[in-house]
Design a protein around this ligand. Structure first.
Ligand code: ADP
Ligand code: C5P
Ligand code: MG
Length: 214
């Protein structure tokens, strides 16, 4: 067996031991996933892993997959799951943490099925930032982070991929009752108010009554 295979098995084994808690954060490009994840990290102590950020870092590291990743990103296409899952597993293990927001993943059925098969991790729930396309386009064109894929031609391709490949993943989790949907067209702070409700632990009503009576 090659060393790469051994390294992958080690990653998978380390993660299986940890049994991490995972929330998938999904939504169209520009829906505010990164913006809201930063706030969730501050308030609720999760570790934020953006699949897109990990792929950009891998591309910039000059790795053997760098050119392939760059070409896929410039076309708004989804990088093969094997590459992205390895990056996610590595980041999870190296963080030493056990509560993750996985942002921008799974982006298609292949991502979803492969992650489940390799890691055996089921998400606690899926946070879905729903936002109309005109607003997404406005936000991305104003994002100004020097991203090569934030141009109108690639944006249109990314929207198409979102509708055709990513929405079915959200539907899959909806059918399992796992989707928490948020109206992401509102201002950042209003969106976060809705997010907070989802992440704030619920106090059982009977317990609350008992506490008041005591
Ligand atoms: P994503 O990670 O989903 O692609 P980002 O968090 O990078 O989205 O947000 C895309 C752009 O829109 C950024 O410039 C960000 O500052 C801005 N933005 C995020 N949330 C909102 C919001 N609720 N209203 C207006 N602009 C927003
Ligand atoms: O989430 P973000 O907008 O940063 O993703 C940028 C690009 O990274 C996507 O358009 C896609 O090309 C690539 N990506 C991917 N697989 C993922 C997440 C992102 O191929 N799961
Ligand atoms: Mg992002």
């Amino acid at each position: 067996m090659g060393t790469a295979d051994t390294a992958n098995k080690d990653l998978t084994f380390s993660l299986a031991e940890k049994k991490p808690k995972v929330v998938f954060v999904l939504g169209g490009p520009g829906s505010g996933k990164g913006t809201q994840c930063a706030k969730i990290v501050q308030h609720f102590g999760y570790t934020h892993l953006s699949a897109g950020d990990l792929l950009r870092a891998e591309k910039n590291s000059g790795s053997e997959n760098g050119i392939m990743i760059q070409n896929m990103m410039n076309e708004g296409k989804i990088v093969p799951s094997e590459v992205t899952i390895k990056l996610l597993q590595k980041a999870m293990v190296e963080s030493g943490k056990d509560k993750f927001l996985i942002d921008g993943f799974p982006r298609n059925e292949e991502n979803r099925a492969a992650f489940e098969a390799v890691t055996k991790i089921e998400p606690e729930f899926v946070l879905f930032f729903n936002c109309p396309e005109e607003e997404l386009e406005r936000r991305i064109l104003n994002r100004n982070q020097g991203r090569e894929d934030d141009n109108i031609e690639t944006i249109r391709k990314r929207f198409k991929v979102f509708l055709e490949s990513s929405l079915p993943v959200i539907e899959y989790y909806k059918a399992k009752g796992k989707v928490q949907e948020i109206d992401a067209a509102k201002p950042v702070e209003e969106v976060f108010e809705a997010v907070k409700v989802i992440f704030t632990p619920k106090v059982e009503e009977s317990c609350w009554c008992r506490c008041v009576i005591l």
